[in-house]
Design a protein around this ligand. Structure first.
Ligand SMILES: [Zn+2]
Length: 315
């Protein structure tokens, strides 16, 4: 369990002990913040028959309930996973059907929706009813990377718990990062690649490929493919450009762009940065197919921006 979750664990433990845990819980936090760990712990504690007492309650991991839950075979808990990247009405109706039946072996029923952001509007409206008319002894836990993207009516019917991991040096200490590529400017959005070596390597390759494109205008197709194929693609574009701008300004950065060998300067990077940020904000409202198109457009726009710089600099 990530150390910064202790605050939320303590709060949930107090609610459980006092018997006033909210019926609908929304846990919001960036990728890598540990909201899944927190939700799994919470559900285990709710369902365990022999909870270990303390400021932070712990499941015993030995009783029948704990065992079945760990084997994902506990009849009074259900996890609702998106199909084809979307949570539709049918998935959400399973929640109300599940809650209508009485608990089989425990006294309480729990539902976890790990990617609540993926709910369609129709699904969210279907869920509203369940949230408004809770059945007895039922707890629903929704998780969201960015709860702002959920319908306000959903948010208002849930108790919101926002996970805020530390940032900067403090975050580096928490996850034991002693990597020159990070530490100084480490922030929350970097959590996924900081907590996984595999993703960290993927990022480094991404950075090289994109920098090569920025400095030599090479590999436009490879860049499009790379951005479209990674769930982190757009965010990583932003990260590379930000680090390159820091490097050009002479600040501490993982990226040092050789000023002489390239026509890149901070004006053009700033322009590209704004193109990326505008695309990121649009992407939140688009379907998968449109996202692919938008990524292609962005990279071609960046390519054009780089061409204009080259032409503009020639005498
Ligand atoms: Zn137990």
């Amino acid at each position: 369990m990530k150390s910064w979750l202790a605050k939320e664990q303590t709060l949930f433990s107090q609610h459980i002990t006092a018997g006033n845990l909210p019926h609908a819980i929304l846990i919001s936090g960036v990728k890598g913040s540990g909201k899944e760990d927190l939700a799994n712990w919470l559900i285990q504690v709710i369902q365990c028959k022999n909870v270990i007492q303390g400021a932070i309650l712990q499941p015993c991991r030995q009783c029948k309930h704990c065992n079945l839950l760990l084997k994902k075979n506990y009849p009074d808990h259900s996890t609702i996973i998106p199909e084809k990247n979307l949570l539709g009405v049918d998935s959400v109706r399973k929640v109300s059907t599940f809650f209508e039946k009485t608990a089989q072996i425990g006294h309480i029923k729990t539902v976890l929706i790990p990617e609540a952001d993926k709910m369609t509007v129709a699904a969210a409206n279907a869920l509203l009813k369940t949230l408004e008319e809770p059945t007895n002894n039922s707890i629903i836990v929704l998780l969201s990377d960015e709860h702002d993207t959920l319908l306000p009516t959903i948010i208002s019917r849930c108790r919101l718990f926002e996970i805020r991991p530390p940032s900067g040096e403090l975050l580096a200490q928490h996850i034991n990062v002693n990597n020159k590529n990070h530490s100084a400017f480490i922030n929350l959005s970097h959590l996924p690649e900081l907590s996984s070596d595999e993703l960290a390597n993927e990022y480094l390759l991404f950075e090289q490929t994109f920098l090569n494109f920025l400095t030599h205008k090479e590999g436009v197709t490879a860049v499009i493919k790379m951005v479209a194929n990674s769930p982190h693609g757009l965010r990583w574009l932003e990260k590379v450009v930000t680090n390159a701008m820091r490097g050009l300004c002479g600040w501490e950065s993982s990226i040092q762009v050789e000023n002489k060998s390239t026509l890149l300067n901070n004006n053009i990077l700033w322009h590209i940065y704004n193109q990326i940020v505008a695309t990121i904000s649009q992407s939140k409202e688009l379907s998968q197919a449109n996202n692919q198109f938008m990524i292609e457009k962005l990279i071609i726009d960046i390519d054009n921006s780089l061409s204009n710089v080259n032409i503009g600099s020639k005498h």
